[in-house]
Design a binder for this molecule. Structure first.
Ligand code: ZN
Length: 684
């Protein structure tokens, strides 16, 4: 096969057609966002002979997806019946979602292990992806069922994957729809439903949109060069409203788009997009590192103000950020304020979002390739690797980073083929920000809870819904099962269960151990027998009834949410404990309680002031953070050091970013800066 050097669509199509046998029955070749879609009337042929596609990917260095031609797609009802009849009854099909823009059906099953083994990353099977971990320029490995085959996987495991792949190919062949199999959550996720609803509603628009996005990505490059300028719009020398613009000769890419919910003045709450000097429509793409509000909260406003381009993030980030954005609307309404944006704007975000798996090289502009990799921070959190121009300039933006293992996630990825510019967070960038070891943290936590439970008391843990809550649930389940923590019922209320459901539906983003428990055996840790989900406020009485118990509820800083009702009940008894596991911002009720207030006033539901005396014990366990501590940040830079030319420190209080930048310069002799918001930096 000859190498194709130009980017023109004709030459790509010509090259593909030249290399595909007529048996493949290709009907059309089109852009689908950052991929090239090959439509076929004989999907079985291309899926079973995947060397054909691999060869083409290797040659054109673009992502390719095989799509079924509309003419062979059965009606949804008929296709659903075929799927039901062909899949073993025992897997328990919970639902099917037909994505008409892509011709793809997602089948949610209760017991994927009954299929022997399900590969989650790409249920389509038999396709090729352009991967980064294979070395310079990327090389091809087979995606679908064999892509993630690592040396440690057993023969039996591979064998099982092949069996499922064969079933999936049969399903595609019989229905004419691309089939993905996904583990169903123990409880249905509202946010995932909202995402699917919007996808269905805007199917034809999305189809057109993906073609347009492809056209602007694959247009020929006008200029050569690897220069880039970074404009700091938010989250520099501060925490909150993370946002920056990367400008190359050809493109304008926004990295993250958050708000600062704690800011008192609007000028400090939102990214400083006012200083761009051009319209939002001129931004080519938005890349989102993870779902937290301080990285995604402004995104719906971007659409409200006219942006219509693509948003790139990982698959779980989409429902998680939808959950967080919708919650912001609810919170505003609850406080009698006008929300910043409406559901319609959130749906615009969904409509324009293109999800990418980890470690897959994707063109997002004529001169920029993007690769996401695990950041270890929350579900779907990603480091952002941008490869500029001909590849001589590589930028890694860490987003929020956990370089250290947790119960939920592997430690952040660091093995990028090249990195010249590093943009690293600094939430815990001060010298004294050193956390105890993970073992110590967990043993402090277990000890603290045991003392209370043994005396017959209750422990109230205020938690943010996404991330920390699931980590704490895993820790509790682990230690109760191991006999180290006193067994007691764990009551969970607030958005926690919704976020947990999204975790269960994306096990490929969790540690291998959790993934196997969820997918391969009937041992979903989120449905532990210790956990009780509180669905109605009437159930709170049960949680507060006499006897030892653990109660987890949102919000994490006692600023509203169901945790307040529990707080009133728990606070009055000296046997009980209020246990904080996350940072308490100055000015919040959580901070006041932690600082030793023994009496606080709350606004009751009827508008009357309620005085609560705090007799309960109050404690904070340090070290459960989803962020790296100072030592982990330095260790991470050390891993990348041989490749670095420059480090930019962001996401931290002024004192912390300055300290981290100073340390990096002193230890590694690499120029390191900590810019403020509203600076423009030449990167190369
Ligand atoms: Zn975060």
């Amino acid at each position: 096969m000859s190498k194709v050097r130009t980017n023109s669509v004709q030459s790509i199509i010509g090259m593909i057609l030249q290399n595909i046998p007529s048996d493949a029955a290709v009907t059309k070749i089109e852009y689908e966002g950052p991929m090239i879609a090959i439509y076929t009337r004989n999907p079985r042929y291309l899926l079973e002979n995947n060397a054909i596609i691999s060869g083409i990917v290797k040659s054109i260095k673009k992502r390719i997806v095989v799509r079924t031609d509309e003419s062979i797609r059965k009606g949804e009802e008929e296709a659903r019946k075929i799927i039901m009849s062909m899949m073993p009854k025992e897997v328990g099909i919970v639902g099917t979602f037909f994505d008409t823009a892509l011709g793809e059906v997602t089948v949610e099953v209760k017991k994927p292990w009954m299929l022997t083994q399900v590969e989650e990353e790409d249920g389509g099977g038999g396709e090729a992806e352009y991967r980064e971990d294979a070395g310079e320029g990327g090389s091809v490995s087979e995606a679908g069922f064999s892509s993630s085959t690592s040396s440690s996987q057993t023969q039996a495991h591979i064998q099982r994957q092949r069996q499922v792949q064969a079933l999936v190919v049969d399903l595609i062949d019989s229905t004419g729809w691309k089939v993905r199999i996904r583990k169903a959550s123990h409880i249905p996720s509202e946010s995932m439903k909202q995402v699917n609803y919007a996808k269905k509603l805007f199917a034809s628009e999305r189809y057109r949109l993906l073609r347009n996005v492809g056209e602007s990505i694959f247009r020929p490059r006008l200029l050569e060069g690897t220069e880039a300028t970074l404009v700091t719009l938010g989250g520099f020398s501060e925490v909150g409203r993370s946002c920056m613009l990367l400008m190359t000769r050809e493109s304008r890419i926004l990295l993250d788009c958050g708000i600062n919910p704690g800011a008192s003045e609007p000028i400090n709450a939102f990214p400083r997009l006012d200083m761009l000097g051009f319209d939002l429509e001129e931004i080519d793409a938005v890349v989102i590192s993870h779902a937290h509000l301080d990285h995604t909260g402004f995104l719906p406003l971007l659409f409200k103000h006219g942006y219509r381009g693509p948003v790139y993030c990982t698959e779980p980030t989409l429902p998680l950020m939808t959950l967080i954005q919708m919650d912001m609307i609810k919170v505003a309404a609850g406080e009698g304020e006008l929300p910043l944006y409406t559901e319609r704007d959130v749906r615009e975000v969904i409509k324009h979002t293109i999800t990418l798996p980890y470690k897959t090289v994707t063109d997002i502009a004529p001169d920029i390739k993007l690769v996401f990799a695990n950041a270890g921070h929350i579900l779907g959190s990603a480091t952002v690797h941008l490869h500029i121009g001909n590849g001589d300039h590589n930028i890694v933006y860490t987003g929020d980073l956990k370089y250290g293992r947790s119960q939920l996630f592997d430690s952040a990825s660091w093995n990028y083929p090249r990195v010249e510019t590093l943009i690293i967070e600094s939430t815990y960038g001060a010298k004294e920000d050193v956390m105890p070891s993970r073992e110590e943290v967990e043993s402090n936590f277990v000890g603290s809870i045991n003392k209370v439970l043994m005396e017959g008391g209750k422990v109230l843990i205020p938690v943010p819904a996404v991330g920390r809550a699931q980590e704490i649930l895993m820790v509790i389940d682990h230690h109760m099962k191991a006999g180290k923590m006193v067994e007691a019922p764990v009551f969970i209320e607030g958005m926690i269960s919704e976020a947990s459901a999204i975790h269960v539906a994306h096990p490929e983003y969790l540690t291998r151990e959790l993934r196997q428990r969820i997918l391969e055996v009937d041992d979903n840790p989120f449905t532990s027998e210790y956990f009780t989900i509180v669905e109605h406020s009437s159930q709170r009485e049960e949680a507060l009834r006499e006897g030892p118990a653990i109660i987890m509820a949102t919000s994490g800083m006692l600023e509203g949410g169901p945790v307040i009702e529990y707080f009133k009940g728990i606070a009055k008894d000296a046997r009980n404990k209020i246990l904080f596991v996350s940072y308490q911002v100055n000015g919040t009720l959580g901070r006041r309680v932690l600082d030793g207030s023994r009496q606080i006033s709350l606004m009751g539901r009827d508008g009357k002031i309620e005085v609560v005396d705090i007799m309960a014990q109050v404690e904070k366990i340090e070290g459960f953070s989803g962020h790296s501590d100072y030592n982990q940040l330095i260790a991470y830079v050390n891993k990348l050091k041989p490749k670095l030319r420059r480090v930019i420190v962001n996401h931290g209080e002024r004192r912390k970013v300055e300290n981290l930048a100073g340390s990096i310069y002193r230890i590694f002799k690499v120029p390191a800066t900590a810019p403020m918001v509203r600076e423009a930096l030449r990167l190369y």
